[in-house]
Design a protein around this ligand. Structure first.
Ligand SMILES: [Zn+2]
Ligand SMILES: [Zn+2]
Length: 215
């Protein structure tokens, strides 16, 4: 059964689920989500950026802190989050270039060209994405996926570069019976079961699912 009120619900920001402000109507994402994504992109680029800092984290023993590895009860990071796989071809640079190609296709532009080594390519692709971010946040239907991916890449780099533990993921239960995997800083999440888009504040209100499932 469809509820008329639901059909005419106020438009929301795709990444965070908040209601769009009047001057944001017609956009895919709110200004706050656009700015947050821009900050993440900015943090990745440049000689002192997070991407450059991965090189230091590649040194054995660096980043994680001495003694942390042995006797650690923390599960190892998935391979794709390790510094080498983040910084190598196929890592961050490739993920961002794939998005830029997608944007060029959507806009009907020629395929972008890459020049130089990986750091130069990273700087180029970040610059191009930032230049077109206003368009993407306004019009690109997959902006939520893009902003989520950029946020998780930035977080993975930061945790490698500084040795911070990655944020703990928790599983919360949607009333529909579906579960959502979130972190404490999630901007919002969509339930894979019923498709409900939860804003940050609402998703953090959902009950934990782990214990219930274990029981
Ligand atoms: Zn938003
Ligand atoms: Zn649900």
């Amino acid at each position: 059964m469809h509820d008329a009120a639901e059909e005419y619900a106020w438009p929301t920001c795709a990444p965070c689920g908040r209601g769009l402000r009047h001057e944001e109507l017609g956009r895919i994402a709110c200004r706050l989500c656009q700015r947050r994504t821009d900050e993440h992109l900015e943090a990745l680029a440049g000689d002192t950026g997070l991407y450059a800092s991965l090189a230091d984290a590649l040194t054995p023993g660096a980043g994680l802190g001495e003694g942390r590895v042995s006797g650690s009860r923390t599960a190892p990071l998935p391979l794709r989050l390790e510094p080498l796989s983040l910084s190598a071809r196929g890592g961050i640079v490739t993920v961002l270039q794939t998005w830029l190609i997608d944007w060029h296709d959507t806009l009907g532009w020629r395929h972008p060209r890459w020049e130089g080594g990986l750091q130069q390519q990273l700087d180029q692709v970040v610059k191009a994405l930032r230049v077109n971010l206003e368009w993407a946040a306004s019009s690109h239907p997959a902006f939520a996926e893009f902003s989520t991916e950029v946020a998780s890449l930035t977080r993975a780099c930061r945790s490698q570069a500084t040795g911070e533990r990655p944020e703990r993921r928790i599983t919360v239960a949607c009333p529909c019976g579906g579960t959502l995997r979130i972190t404490i800083s999630t901007p919002g999440a969509r339930c894979p079961g019923c498709g409900t888009q939860y804003a940050r504040a609402d998703v953090l209100e959902l009950p934990l699912a782990e214990r219930r499932m274990a029981a």
